[in-house]
Design a binder for this molecule. Structure first.
Ligand SMILES: Nc1ncnc2c1ncn2[C@@H]1O[C@H](COP(=O)(O)OP(=O)(O)OP(=O)(O)O)[C@@H](O)[C@H]1O
Ligand SMILES: Nc1nc2c(c(=O)[nH]1)N=C(CO)CN2
Length: 643
C-alpha cells in the first residue's frame, strides 16, 4: 500500500548571478531566488533519527547554490531544470518542484516578479506515480535553527541526545525591508524603541536604519485629518519565514499598544513588511511585496536614501519615489535619531516654526533664479534656504559630488538649496499649496495642538488660525495631493495677522546641524529647559571646534539606548568622514571628519574609523548599526583629543 511522502520545503534561497538572454545580464549580476519542495520518504529517518536516512537540506541548498552561481545560461527554465535534475537524482528524493524567481529581470513594464516552476520525479505517495501538488506546507522554522549545526551521520545510532536532535529545516537568511510609521504620541521615540527591539531580537539582524522622516498623512478620501507621521525604513536579514516576520511586526505594534479602529487610522506604530527577498505572494494575511509601498513616498524615500539601488517588484525604488503622489509631503528629515528620539518632535516643531517666521515675507512671483542643482544657494541675501539654517561648517562635504549617482540625495540637496518659497512648489498643479498651513506640526488636525508660545511665530499662529490643512489622499483614489478645509473654529486669528496675506511653508528641511549642537539642543529640551533652539539657528561662531573661538560647552550627559555600546557589540558610524584622512588623523580635527560616533557616548567610549564597506552612499549623516557578526571584527581606535 502506498503511503504519503514527506515534504521538505526550502524557500527563498537567493544568490546573485549572471543568467539571461541579454548580453549585459551576463556582466552585471542580479538576484535569483529559488523555492524548492522535495518529496522524500522520511519514515526511516524518523525512526532512527539519523540524517543518513533522509535528505540533508543543507546539501540541497549547496547543490542549488552551486548551479545558480555556476555557468551562465540564458533562460530561467534551463536553470530550473538543471536544479530539478540535480536534486531529483539525489538519493532518497522521490520528486522535486523548483521555482526560480528573477525579480529584477529586464522587463520594460512595471512588474512584480517573474518565475518558472518545473517538476521532476514522483511525488505524493511512496508507492505510486502521483501528481505533484503546489500545496506545499510551510516548513516550521525555529528561530535558533540557524545556530544548530547539522547532525553528522552516525550509522546504526538509535538514540540521539535531546540537545542534538535535528532541527526543523533551516531557512536561509534573506533580506527583508520593514517600514515603520506612527503619528500618535511621541512617534520618534516609539519608532526608536521598535528599532531597538529589532536590534535586540536574535531572530533578525538589522543591517541598516534610515533617517527618520516627518511626513504628511496620506489618507483615504473623506477621512478625518490626522497628525503628521514619522516614518523610517529598516533593512534586515532574517531566516524567519514571511509570516513569521509579519508576526514579529505585529508583536512590535502590540508592544506599542497599537489599536486598529479604522483603516488608515492614526496609530502609535505601524510596521509593514515591504519586501521579503523579492518574493511575490498573496494570501489572506500577507501580500508581498507590500501592495501599496510602490506609491508611498513615506516608504520609498527613507528606503532609497539607505539603498539607492533598491528595487521593488522589479522597479527602481528611486524611480518610483519620483512618481510618488505624496513626495511633496516629506517635511523634515532627521538623520541621527536613534540615540535621543525624545526631543525630535520639539526640535522639528521649533525648526519649522522658525523657518516660517524667517520667511514670512512673500517673495515676488519670479524673484529668484532657479536653485542651482548642487551647492549652496547663490544669492543668500535675497531668500533663505533650508541650508541657510545649518551652520556653514556642518555643511562641509555634505553636498553631493558632481555626477553622483545618488538621485535621492541630489534631489534633497536641490530642494534644500532652493529659497523657501511656495511659489517654487507645484503651484500650477496644486494651487492650494500657496495656502496657509495649519500648525507647525503641519498636521491635518482640526484643532492644532497647543505649542509653547516661544515655539510659535505670529505668522504661524495666523496660519494655524486660517485653518486650511493639507494631507494627501490615497494614491489609488487621486494622484494629486488633496487639500481639506479644516473647520474655522480651531483658533482665532492671531492679532495683526493679515487675513489674506499669502502664507508659506517649508517643504523640506535640512538635516539638523552639527552633531554637538544637535546634542546640546536635544539635551536642553530633555532637561525641560526652554524650547530648544534648533541647531541650525545658532551662528557659526558658536559652533564647537573652530580655531580661535571660545570652546564649546561640555557635552551634557544623555541617556544611552539600552544596547551595549561600551562592550562594542554595536557601533555607530557615520558617513564618508574618514575617506581621505591619513591614518593618524582620526580625530575630529580633520575638516571632512565631522563625527564618527554618537556625540552622546561617554567620553571614554571606543570610537572606530569608518571602513569602506560601511560608508553610506548618500553622504547623509546617519547612524549605522554594525554588529561584529555582520561586518566582521571591528577595528577600534580611541578618538584623539581636541575635537
Ligand atoms: N506586506 C504586509 N505587511 C503588513 N501587513 C500586511 C501585509 N500584507 C498584508 N497585510 C495585512 O494587512 C493587515 C492590515 O495591516 P495594517 O493594520 O497595518 O494596515 P494599515 O497600516 O492600516 O494599512 P496599509 O496596509 O495600507 O499600510 C494586517 O493584519 C496584515 O495581515
Ligand atoms: N505619511 C504617512 N501616511 C500614512 C501612513 C504613514 O506611515 N505615513 N500610513 C498609513 C497606513 O499604513 C496611511 N497613511
Amino acid at each position: 500500500m502506498s503511503r504519503p511522502l514527506d515534504v521538505i520545503a526550502l524557500r527563498g534561497l537567493s544568490a546573485r548571478a549572471v543568467h539571461g538572454v541579454l548580453p549585459e545580464e551576463h556582466v552585471a549580476p542580479q538576484p535569483f531566488v529559488v523555492d524548492l519542495a522535495l518529496w522524500v520518504d522520511g519514515r526511516d529517518a524518523a525512526r532512527s533519527d539519523d540524517i543518513a536516512e533522509t535528505v540533508s537540506y543543507a546539501e540541497v541548498a549547496d547543490v542549488v547554490s552551486t548551479i545558480v552561481k555556476g555557468p551562465a545560461v540564458r533562460l530561467i527554465e534551463t536553470l530550473a531544470h538543471r536544479i530539478a535534475d540535480a536534486i531529483v537524482s539525489m538519493e532518497r528524493v522521490h520528486g522535486v518542484e523548483v521555482t526560480v524567481h528573477k525579480p529584477e529581470a529586464p522587463i520594460r513594464q512595471a512588474f512584480a516578479d517573474v518565475s518558472v516552476t518545473v517538476r521532476a520525479g514522483r511525488c505524493g505517495e511512496a508507492g505510486g506515480a502521483v501528481e505533484l501538488t503546489r500545496d506545499v506546507p510551510e516548513a516550521p522554522a525555529r528561530p535558533e535553527a540557524r545556530a544548530v549545526p547539522e547532525i553528522p551521520a552516525r550509522p546504526g545510532a538509535r538514540v540521539v541526545p535531546e540537545a542534538r536532535l535535528p532541527e526543523a529545516p533551516a531557512r536561509p537568511a534573506v533580506r527583508v525591508v520593514l517600514a515603520l510609521g506612527g503619528n500618535i504620541g511621541d512617534a520618534p521615540k516609539t519608532l526608536a524603541d521598535a528599532v531597538e527591539r529589532l536590534i535586540d531580537d536574535p531572530r533578525i539582524d538589522v543591517l541598516d536604519v534610515s533617517p527618520l522622516l516627518r511626513t504628511m498623512p496620506v489618507l483615504a478620501p473623506g477621512q478625518a485629518p490626522q497628525d503628521d507621521y514619522w516614518n523610517a525604513v529598516v533593512l534586515a536579514s532574517t531566516a524567519l519565514a514571511p509570516r513569521e516576520v509579519l508576526a514579529l511586526a505585529h508583536e512590535l505594534e502590540a508592544s506599542a499598544k497599537r489599536e486598529r479602529l479604522e483603516r488608515w487610522g492614526a496609530r502609535t506604530l505601524d510596521v509593514d513588511l515591504i519586501d521579503y527577498a523579492g518574493i511575490v505572494m498573496s494570501d489572506a494575511d500577507l501580500t508581498l511585496p507590500h501592495p501599496r509601498a510602490r506609491v508611498r513616498a513615506f516608504v520609498l524615500a527613507p528606503w532609497s536614501i539607505i539603498d539607492p539601488q533598491a528595487r521593488l517588484g522589479g522597479e527602481q525604488v528611486a524611480e518610483l519615489l519620483a512618481q510618488a503622489p505624496d513626495i511633496e509631503g516629506i517635511i523634515d528629515a532627521v538623520d541621527d535619531w536613534l540615540g535621543d528620539p525624545g526631543t525630535i518632535m520639539a526640535e522639528s516643531d521649533a525648526l519649522i516654526a522658525q523657518a516660517l517666521e524667517e520667511n514670512a515675507v512673500p517673495a515676488p512671483p519670479v524673484a529668484h533664479p532657479p536653485a542651482p542643482p548642487l551647492g549652496f544657494p547663490r544669492d543668500r541675501t535675497v531668500q533663505k534656504s533650508r541650508l541657510d539654517l545649518v551652520p556653514e561648517e556642518s555643511r562641509l562635504g555634505l553636498a553631493p559630488s558632481e555626477g553622483s549617482l545618488d538621485l535621492v540625495w541630489r534631489q534633497l540637496w536641490e530642494r534644500w538649496s532652493a529659497p523657501i518659497d511656495v511659489t517654487q512648489t507645484r503651484a500650477s498643479t496644486a494651487p492650494a499649496l500657496t495656502g496657509p498651513t495649519a500648525s507647525p506640526r503641519f498636521t491635518g488636525s482640526t484643532a492644532p495642538r497647543p505649542l509653547a508660545a516661544s515655539a510659535v511665530s505670529p505668522q504661524l499662529a495666523a496660519s494655524a488660525a486660517e485653518g486650511a490643512t493639507r494631507t494627501y489622499e490615497d494614491a489609488g483614489s487621486r494622484a494629486e495631493p488633496a487639500f481639506e478645509e479644516a473647520p474655522t473654529t480651531t483658533a482665532a486669528p492671531a492679532e495683526g495677522a493679515e487675513a489674506d496675506a499669502p502664507k508659506r511653508r517649508p517643504r523640506w528641511l535640512p538635516l539638523l546641524g552639527h552633531r554637538e549642537e544637535h546634542a546640546d539642543a536635544r539635551a536642553s529640551a530633555s532637561a525641560g529647559a526652554e524650547t530648544p533652539v534648533p541647531s541650525g539657528t545658532r551662528t557659526a561662531s558658536t559652533a564647537p571646534g573652530r580655531a580661535g573661538e571660545p570652546p564649546a560647552a561640555p557635552h551634557p550627559s544623555r541617556t544611552l539606548p539600552t544596547w551595549d555600546f561600551a562592550g562594542a557589540c554595536v557601533r555607530i558610524v557615520d558617513e564618508a568622514s574618514a575617506l581621505d584622512a591619513p591614518a593618524e588623523q582620526t580625530s575630529g580635527s580633520h575638516p571632512l571628519r565631522r563625527s564618527i560616533v554618537d556625540p552622546g557616548l561617554p567620553e571614554d567610549a571606543l570610537r572606530g574609523p569608518v571602513a569602506d564597506s560601511e560608508l553610506t552612499r548618500t553622504g547623509l549623516l546617519r547612524k549605522v548599526v554594525v554588529r561584529p557578526s555582520v561586518s566582521g571584527p571591528i577595528t577600534v581606535t580611541r578618538e584623539q583629543e581636541g575635537r
